[in-house]
Design a protein around this ligand. Structure first.
Ligand code: GLA
Length: 375
């Protein structure tokens, strides 16, 4: 089964947009291995939009741009596979991709077959330029079946930005992940608006098909295609922790050939990745009656009878947040508490019951992993 846990990898779009090439992809695959990202769980190396010529060839096939990919896609796939990684590509459900390149509308089955021949393991499938008479969900059903009939196991990464109430039907198309929002850009506001918009929809995200709140901007520092101001390293850690708690796929968007130590530490944080990849794949439950403001407290069941309690402060000033254990199903009458460990500092904080008050810095968070114990 694909996507037992949220897929992890790298995608070219956030930093490089149309400036992609065989060389970039090969160097990125090398960097995945050399930096330890592969060993931390990152697996897919994905080319986004702008990889082909502007028109299909005479035989009707999409043609890889020979200036960008002189040895063709099979060569690149073999190289990436040789590094113990998987290869991802991109197409779109409409008549042209978002950047205006040939796209798979009415070519779904032949394109899927071609991707399989290339050795593709992952297809991101966008939603620009859909003919008005075509039904959005139906186009994802088409590509879902086309991939299944392609002769190769290919992870289907749907990207319709949350249109047509995507969470209600996308799992039935065979997709393993689905973009639920518009595009992220590299600043705190964009990142947090995207996350907040999905916090009440996480129950749809589970084993086999995950809510994808977009590629990470961790470590971009205002460089590249989606630069809009950048964030501090602490804010990038907040962003990563949030994506992990919300169980989003983790697709790196920065240039991993040129990362700071802080960026690498964030992207490979073992305890955060362990939460993201938790085998139970239960949704994060927002406390506070579903209202998502600057204070956000979430609770989540983890494998091995463990639990996650997390506090996120989207505001700029420090705020004291209070989790009432009644709201997580642990009233005083239960006689139970939670023995908690801070997953960032590693420190044991003892047993908490009834409630927990935590000062949380502006644009900061606290995350605790724990077990149920008798008081
Ligand atoms: C859309 C997607 C992005 C990216 C671009 C490429 O905007 O949401 O993630 O794939 O298209 O043109």
């Amino acid at each position: 089964m694909l996507a037992k846990t949220p897929p992890m990898g790298w995608n070219s779009w956030n930093t490089f947009a149309e400036n992609i090439s065989e060389e970039l992809l090969m160097e990125t695959a090398d960097a995945m291995v050399e930096t330890g990202l592969r060993d931390a769980g990152y697996e897919y190396v994905v080319i986004d939009d702008c990889w082909s010529l502007r028109e299909r060839g005479k035989d009707g096939r999409i043609v890889a741009d020979p200036a960008k990919f002189p040895h063709g896609m099979k060569y690149l796939a073999d190289y990436i596979h040789g590094k113990g990684l998987k290869f991802g590509m991109y197409s779109c459900a409409g008549t042209r991709t978002c950047a205006g390149y040939p796209s798979s509308f009415d070519h779904e089955f032949e394109d899927a077959k071609m991707f399989a021949q290339f050795g593709v393991d992952f297809l991101k499938y966008d939603f620009c330029n859909k003919p008005r008479r075509a039904d959005g969900p139906n186009l994802y059903h088409r590509m879902g079946l086309a991939l299944k009939s392609s002769g190769r196991e290919i992870l289907f990464s749907a990207c319709n930005w949350g249109s047509d109430k995507v969470e209600e039907w996308i799992r039935s198309t065979g997709a393993q992940m689905y973009r639920s929002t518009g595009d992220i850009t590299d600043n705190f506001r964009s990142m947090s608006d995207i996350a907040k918009s999905q916090m009440n929809k996480l129950a749809f995200s589970a084993q086999g098909c995950y809510n994808d709140i977009d590629m990470l901007v961790v470590g971009m520092h205002n460089r590249g295609n989606v630069a809009t101001g950048g964030m501090t390293d602490d804010e990038y850690l907040f962003h990563f922790a949030l994506w992990c708690a919300m169980q989003s796929p983790l697709m790196i968007g920065c240039d991993i050939r040129d990362m700071s130590d802080a960026t690498l530490r964030t992207l490979t944080h073992p305890e955060l990745i362990r939460i993201n990849q938790d085998a139970e794949a239960r949704p994060l439950f927002p406390l506070g009656g579903g209202k998502i403001g600057d204070d956000f407290i979430g609770f989540k069941h983890l494998e091995g009878n463990e639990f996650l309690l997390c506090f996120f402060n989207f505001g700029e000033r420090e705020r004291t947040q209070e989790a009432d254990f009644f709201d997580i199903g642990l009233p005083v009458a239960s006689g139970k508490g939670l023995a908690l460990r801070d997953i960032i500092t590693g420190g044991d904080i003892g047993v908490k019951s009834d409630y927990m008050r935590v000062p949380v810095p502006g644009h900061g968070f606290r995350m605790y992993r724990g077990k149920l114990v008798d008081l």
